[in-house]
Design a protein around this ligand. Structure first.
Ligand SMILES: *Cc1c(COP(=O)(O)O)cnc(C)c1O
Length: 394
């Protein structure tokens, strides 16, 4: 019988390592930086990749491999690697997929640090980098009129939660011999598996929902086998290997990923519907609401849930946002991250989007009154009453 690859079955399943007739139900933490080899020929084979096994932690270690195996199963991709951070996964994608002189297209909606890495560092490194709006196909023909090596999208953008038509962009970029990379951090494989929509490579920051417990920085890069020939080697060469302890924690956090994503998404939908009717709120962005510009795409690409993030704009700009955050702080902490078990608030203008110019922020729809709510797994009543009292003080 084929093994199930449903998140419900993959996430909680123990790592099976038999020593005698029993095996430890909890994964071991294998912290060793080096393994002993029996003889030079074996060392040669192991280091040359002719034989599977561990030698030096920077090249690979069991905790990272167990975590990568689960992530590959969740994304239904053949190959994948865990990295020291989400940014390390993106850097690994850049150096393994492109060479100086190559042209790469980057969604204008990507995470701020991703923009710095791929656009500015990429340029410094000799790539021809170009930004585009992935929510419009109007310029598509111009974009692919010349060869593209790599196109980079995010499933759900920060903070307006825009969704690109992944399969359409995959078709377009494949038509000119390029590859599509999708950063799926806001969605997780529970909501979306970009490889099934044609993406060649998928990135996750495990620091957010996948670990979920605010105590790990890790990333993942996955894809089809042939896209991975050089990536594993380069991860070791550039020194982007993940620590065993972080991998051990993330395996533990991931055991409940599917339940957390389901609960947080239910909370987000309920809160979004309530916020729409609130008199202090100017607008609400949530792909599960029928008025969201990408609601139809969300229904097609996401698996029936719309994620844990709700973005809203207060009447009254930054002073109103400051009051809301101060009053809410007791029950809804202001944290410039997302995907934790507890509900948190963020303020894009002063955190994730502070490096952009006013005009760039305006183009993305980020103002002083924009609040990004990351729903946790408390009851929806708790979140609503905490927000309600904070809004009353605005
Ligand atoms: C946080 C984040 C990253 C970077 O991940 P780190 O683990 O913090 O390095 C990349 N992309 C998105 C969408 C993120 O939210």
């Amino acid at each position: 019988m084929p093994e199930s690859v449903q998140p419900d079955d993959v996430c909680p399943r123990p790592i099976r390592r038999a020593a005698g007739p029993t095996f430890a139900l909890a994964p071991e933490l294998i912290a060793s930086s080096v393994w002993s080899c029996p003889d030079p020929d074996t060392a040669d084979e192991l280091l040359g990749g002719q034989r599977a096994g561990y030698v030096y932690q920077r090249d690979g270690h069991p905790n990272a491999d167990w975590l990568a195996e689960k992530l590959c199963a969740l994304h239904r991709v053949e190959a994948g690697s865990v990295t020291a951070s989400g940014m390390a996964a993106l850097a690994l994608a850049m150096v393994s997929q492109a060479q100086p002189g190559d042209r790469i297209l980057i969604s204008m909606h990507v995470y701020g640090k991703t923009l710095q890495l791929l656009y500015s560092e990429g340029r410094r490194w000799g790539l021809e980098t170009e930004l585009f709006d992935p929510t419009s196909l109007a310029e598509a023909e111009r974009l692919v009129a010349r060869p593209v090596k790599l196109m980079v999208l995010e499933t759900l953008s920060n903070p307006r939660l825009r969704i690109p038509d992944i399969s359409r962009w995959a078709e377009l970029v494949h038509g000119v011999g390029g590859r599509l990379l999708v950063d799926n951090t806001f969605a997780t494989p529970v909501l979306c598996r970009p490889a099934e929509w044609g993406a060649d490579l998928v990135v996750e920051s495990l620091s957010k929902l996948i670990n979920g417990h605010s105590d790990v920085i890790l990333g993942f890069l996955g894809g089809r086998d042939e896209t991975f020939q050089d990536a594993l080697q380069l991860r070791s060469t550039w020194g982007w290997t993940a620590s065993p302890w972080d991998c051990w924690l993330a395996l533990r956090g991931m055991a409940s990923l599917h339940l957390r994503v389901e609960r947080a998404s239910e909370n987000a939908l309920e809160i979004a519907r309530w916020l729409v009717r609130h008199p202090k709120i100017k607008s609400v962005d949530y792909p599960g609401l029928p008025h969201h510009p990408d609601h139809a795409l969300a229904q097609r690409l996401l698996s029936g849930r719309f994620g844990s993030i709700v973005t809203f704009e207060l009447w009254g700009g930054r002073p109103a946002a400051t009051r809301l955050i101060r009053v809410a702080a007791e029950s809804l902490p202001f944290c410039p991250s997302l995907g934790e078990v507890s509900t948190t608030l963020s303020h894009p203008e002063s955190t994730s989007h502070r490096g952009l110019s006013g005009a760039q922020r305006a183009a993305l729809g980020v103002t002083g009154g924009t609040i990004r709510l990351s729903c946790g797994i408390e009851s929806a009543d708790f979140i609503q009453s905490a927000l309600s009292s904070a809004l009353a003080a605005v």
